[in-house]
Write a protein of this length. Structure first.
Lengths: 91, 306
């Protein structure tokens, strides 16, 4: 279930390894000289890797999994919104 | 710090954005980038005490790095703009910034380099690892790159879950008193106060089950979704209460539903849940919460009027 939107385009990857550095769950690793998905089950689709890939080789449908923000957004008819920075806050 | 954890007047806990000096930095000193949530800034300052460095504080509207990066306020545009606004390129001769790793969902490192000339180095997840990271020539160990969610890390997040729901709790108090006051012969103030108080105590227990007990027992509760963990904790606790002090059928429905819903809302405090996963969980769990909660409420009111 987790990380199923994560994909690497080997043709575009230049093996710089920045994605490995920014991943907070150790999902990616070097293997056979290239970046490989090592532990897909730990991927939370935060998007840090795709955001920082200089060649656009990594893609992921990202977003932070905050139920409070999703429910609040649904009630307001908007995108997920935690309301942080406007009074009440989550963290 | 305690007031900040409780979230009391939390919007006032901001640090003005800008460039700050820690110790006696010079033109060669490292530049750290952080958020303007004052707790974040204070933790950075105390963890790096004894070092001479610059701290570039971004305007994240008083939000921590992880949440602000997710919202985009700890982002590329803000960073590039803040570098220009502070005249950082005149303050330091080098062109390197150290950013917290959890800011990487908001900041595009290579774009910052292109637009500002400053190269982004991704520091460790936790500020406490930064001295060791810098000492080893900006090399992180695998452990420094991984987020954790230990018992202590979960514990400090629980007070905000309680205080953050005060509005709902106020409604719950009102509802407990109204329903408890209902009777065949009209509204009874005595029952509203006495039975209402014990009903509100049960509500508080359910809230604590979802907001404190479930997060603390996270690794040991069965199931992966937070809503299931919360429901299981809720069922276990209400059955334990029921065994010593019978509570009625309605609480057997209301209590787990409330605990489960509260636990579900804790997902945002973690760095382990994906947006797609949370949306899927909400689609299944929230309708069940509504059904169980509604049935519980009807059973409760019916019981008072019967």
């Amino acid at each position: 279930m987790n990380g199923r939107s994560l994909a690497i385009d080997d043709g575009k990857c230049v093996s710089c390894g920045i994605c490995i550095d920014v991943c907070p769950h150790g999902v990616l690793a070097f293997g056979e000289g290239r970046v490989r998905v090592d532990a897909i089950e730990r991927c939370m689709e935060c998007g840090a890797c795709a955001m920082n890939c200089p060649t656009g080789a990594l893609t992921v449908d990202s977003g932070v999994g905050c139920a409070y923000a999703v429910i609040r957004g649904a009630l307001q008819g908007t995108a997920p919104d935690c309301g942080c920075g406007k009074g009440d806050c989550c963290t | 710090m305690v007031r900040m954890r409780l979230g009391i007047a939390r919007t006032s806990y901001t640090t003005p954005p800008g460039l700050y000096a820690l110790g006696r930095p010079d033109a060669e000193s490292p530049v750290l980038v952080t958020a303007n949530y004052r707790m974040t800034f204070d933790i950075v300052r105390s963890a790096m005490a004894g070092h001479d460095l610059w701290i570039l504080v971004l305007d994240t509207k008083g939000i921590n790095v992880w949440c602000a990066a997710g919202k985009g306020t700890f982002g590329t545009d803000e960073l590039v703009g803040r570098i220009e606004a502070t005249g950082l390129s005149d303050v330091v001769t080098h062109r390197r910034l150290i950013l917290p790793q959890l800011g990487a969902t908001g900041v595009r490192g290579h774009e910052v380099a292109k637009r500002s000339g400053f190269r982004v180095t991704w520091g460790p997840v936790r500020i406490h690892d930064l001295p060791a990271f810098m000492k080893s020539g900006m090399k992180a160990t695998p452990a420094m790159r991984r987020v954790t969610f230990s018992f202590a890390e979960r514990l400090v997040l629980t007070p905000i879950e309680i205080t953050g729901s005060w509005k709902i709790s106020l409604v719950a108090l009102f509802l407990c008193m109204i329903v408890s006051g209902l009777g065949k012969t009209g509204f009874h103030w005595r029952a509203a106060l006495i039975d209402g108080a014990s009903a509100f105590l049960l509500y508080c227990a359910a809230l604590i089950t979802g907001a404190v007990v479930t997060p603390l027992l996270l690794p040991w509760l069965p199931g992966r979704p937070f809503s299931i963990k919360g429901a299981i904790a809720g069922i276990a606790i209400i059955l334990a209460i029921h065994a010593h002090h019978p509570v009625g059928l309605h609480w057997l429905l209301l209590f787990p539903a409330l605990a489960s819903f509260t636990a579900l809302n804790f997902t945002g405090a973690t760095t382990f849940t994906s947006l797609a996963g949370v949306k899927r969980e909400i689609r299944i769990a929230v309708p069940l919460h509504i059904v169980a909660g509604g049935a519980g409420l009807i059973a409760w009111i019916a019981g008072r009027l019967a």
